[in-house]
Design a protein around this ligand. Sequence first.
Ligand SMILES: Cc1ncc(COP(=O)(O)O)c(C=O)c1O
Length: 363
Amino acid sequence: MARAYNFSAGPAVLPLEVLQDAQKELVDYKGTGMSVMEMSHRGKDYDAIHQEAVATFKELCGLGDDWSVVFIQGGASMQFAMIPMNFLGAGQTADYVNSGTWGNKALKEAKKVAALRGATVNVAADCQKDIPTRQPTEFNWTKGAAYAHICTNETISGAEMKTIPEVEAPLIGDMSSDILSCERDYSRFSMFYAGAQKNLGPSGMAVVAIRNDFAEKGPESLPTMLQYRTYTKENSLYNTPPTWGIYIFGETMKWVKKMGKENLFRLNAEKAKKLYDAIDSSDFWTPTALKEFRSNMNITWRIKGGDEELEKKFIAEAKEAGMSSLKGHRSVGGLRASIYNAFPMAGVDALVAFMKDFEKKNG
Ligand SMILES: Cc1ncc(COP(=O)(O)O)c(C=O)c1O
């Protein structure tokens, strides 16, 4: 079996064990005579899968009964729209941190809703264009804001919030690319969410954790599928949910539990350190993110400050050597290695060895 070292930012590498177990259960899930993909979402077999997936995630994040975990299609991008639709009323203000491409996308959707409703969006901090890339540390919060929105890890720039800011308003976090990758106090949030396709499972849905009382704040005049309470009250079963994605999500959460969170978080830090040490070891490489904000999930860098020809060569030769998707996002270029929870240490070692060799030949 040939598995590539897959550095894709998402959809991204999943735990091999999870894929192999899913393969075994693909056509006959635990003697039911059918695939999870084929079973009714209202039956007891699927119900057990769904309940366990939610319970394991809640346990991993330390969430109590006052929280719901729901699955919403449309990815994290749909959340960018649903959040202001539910929580930004006429005359209210929402605070947004513009930390990069994703923070900005969330902000843009909020501005659209604000314009329709007669509400205001305040940019509480803006470092989207800063080079080296970073996350803000100073914020201009609005007193009495309806909510504050942050993106804890900017997947494209490779800048991660190392501490969650203090804020009075209900805090909402886009954690698409660093959820369950490091120690976080999730109780600081009123809601946090992630597109599943990085640390959680296959693409096609967002996993949304939301306090039940917060979910109730949305206007009931919104279309049913756009209200959070529809998902919290019906346990994501108002309509047919993405059952296969939820099954793989549940298996991935069981894998995280089995690995042990502390162990996994330590491994993540070690993997990232190895790569950053390699980047810092020579002027041949130029790191993209400011040291204090370097992401442990998405490592971004350039060759000689931005030698595009050499970068192309690096990406092509790495691919030949079994390391795929090292190209930076199309909007910024350069190199990016996404090393999510399921990415193996051996893949990082292979990349570091390849970098040393490449520098020797091209430096
Ligand atoms: C931080 C962050 N937020 C949001 C998104 C958008 O996610 P989706 O493609 O699931 O809409 C991404 C996608 O990469 C992301 O990295």
